[in-house]
Design a protein around this ligand. Structure first.
Ligand code: C5P
Length: 202
């Protein structure tokens, strides 16, 4: 997601969206009716998916809540911006004569936690946890804390995989299972994750 500061600046992060797009494609190939809710990325959407383009976290939350009402599986692979400015300037903030400045931020809503705690909720709510250390411990905390059914934990300290890479690797964790997944293309990994989820669903 992207959080505007003024008409020309925003806060975002290094996520490319590739994992989310690969998951949408794998879901389509597995025969699922698929809605892809996407922040601003430079990727070709898979044909056959309903594409909902959003910018801010609040917009992604609203689109997610609406789509989740009829979904069996909700996968949250978006790198949601954690904080947004308390106010957005209507005009470009000027640098002239400014020695130091501050930006006041407030936390954004947690989209996946809101979906997982809604009623009724999708049968499976699946999150992603990108961590740089103690990957599985933090992922398990998020699994419980956000009331998820699965979480895919990956180590983003390894720059060869994860953010913006074509490759990823990690562990798919539920309360009862732990499935390590070797380094592979995000496409292959997405197929493996979708297969595991559809097995669980059936
Ligand atoms: O807490 P953290 O951002 O590491 O959690 C990662 C998981 O939570 C991902 O599935 C991400 O899409 C989701 N998330 C969310 N809304 C937020 C922050 C994270 O849905 N505001």
């Amino acid at each position: 997601t992207r959080e505007p500061i003024c008409p020309v600046r925003y806060i975002s992060n290094r996520s490319s969206g590739k994992m989310g797009y690969a998951l949408a494609e794998a879901a389509l190939n597995a025969g699922a009716r698929t809605t892809l809710i996407s922040g601003p990325v430079h990727l070709e959407p898979p044909s056959g998916a309903t594409l909902l383009q959003v910018e801010t976290t609040e917009e992604m939350l609203a689109a997610s809540q609406a789509a989740a009402e009829t979904a069996d599986i909700f996968i949250g692979a978006a790198a949601v911006v954690d904080f947004k400015p308390t106010s957005v300037s209507d005009t470009k903030i000027k640098r002239e004569g400014v020695a130091t400045t501050t930006l006041d931020l407030v936390p954004n809503p947690d989209i996946i936690a809101s979906i997982a705690n809604s009623s009724p909720r999708p049968a499976l709510v699946v999150g992603f946890a990108a961590e740089t250390n103690d990957v599985e411990t933090y992922a398990r905390e998020k699994l419980r804390g956000k009331s998820l059914d699965f979480i895919f934990a990956n180590d983003v300290s390894n720059t060869a995989i994860g953010f913006d890479s074509e490759y990823n690797a990690g562990v798919l964790i539920s309360a009862e299972s732990e499935t390590p997944m070797q380094v592979s293309s995000k496409r292959v990994l997405a197929e493996t994750i979708i297969e595991a989820l559809s097995k669980q669903l059936s």
